[in-house]
Design a protein around this ligand. Structure first.
Ligand code: PEP
Length: 251
């Protein structure tokens, strides 16, 4: 049975004091048995604090990025081992902001995915087309290529540690959401592509999140689609009430 998951990507928001405050609200307001697994991804500087604060709660802490090397002369970078040393065992890889602003290619992402899996980390792997690609009707090809070049080198066994996040770039931070049917169409295509490369069981067991302007008032309809198993949430994850309303949007 695949899991319902809601993950909050805080991006470059919230210093330590702001993180502490938001975590207090999340802890206070999270219901005892949420209908989804909950992750938050604060900045590197707040990961240790977040892990310590949340360790007796069901909320898991993820990093927003990592380097593929274990250590060495890579100024400004953080490795899987460093994340694990502060209690973090999940990492978001391939976010469109990393791809577009930090030149992360499918090739680089494939190395990051391998490094994370080899270190026994869980990976939230993001992919999605840009507006011009959607307009040209190329979105299925783009998504297929991102999967093939970024993550299809993994063994079937490793997919137990993978969560996918379809994030059409044109819907991220824009207020424009893919319609539930558009999300469902791509998610079903992704499952079919995974079944073709691996098998039906692998395709059916992986959770595929949708990301792109998910809010408390549209989450229920999007999450209600058969192949949508939750969301990766940017802006709306910065407010505890909004984020937890999204977490509680499963039937
Ligand atoms: C994101 O950055 O992953 C995202 C989905 O952002 P937003 O929810 O703000 O569109």
């Amino acid at each position: 049975m695949r899991k319902n998951i809601v993950a909050g990507n805080w991006k470059m928001n919230n210093d330590l004091a702001e993180t502490s405050e938001l975590l207090t609200h999340l802890k206070m307001q999270l219901v005892k048995e949420p209908t989804a697994e909950v992750y938050i991804a604060p900045a590197f500087t707040c990961l240790s604090h977040a892990f310590q604060t949340l360790k007796e709660t069901p909320i898991k802490v993820a990093a927003q990025n990592m380097h593929f090397e274990k250590k060495g002369a890579f100024t400004g970078e953080v490795s899987a081992q460093m994340l694990q040393s502060v209690g973090v065992s999940t990492v978001i890889l391939g976010h469109s902001e990393r791809r577009a602003q930090f030149n992360e290619t499918n090739e680089i992402l494939a190395k990051k995915v391998s490094a994370a899996i080899e270190a026994d980390m869980e990976v939230i792997f993001c992919f999605g087309e840009e507006l011009k690609e959607r307009k040209a009707g190329e979105h299925f090809d783009v998504v297929k290529r991102q999967l093939e070049e970024g993550i299809f080198h993994l063994s079937k066994e490793s997919w137990k540690k993978v969560i996918l996040a379809y994030e059409p770039v044109w819907a991220i931070g824009t207020g424009e959401t893919a319609s539930p049917d558009q999300a469902q169409e791509v998610h079903a295509f992704v499952r079919e592509t995974i079944a073709g490369k691996y098998d039906e069981a692998t395709a059916n067991e992986v959770s595929i999140l949708y990301g792109g302007s998910v809010k408390a008032d549209n989450a229920r309809e999007i999450f209600g689609k058969e192949d949508v198993d939750g969301g990766l949430i940017g802006g709306a994850s910065l407010n505890a009430i909004d984020f937890l309303a999204i977490v509680n949007s499963f039937e």
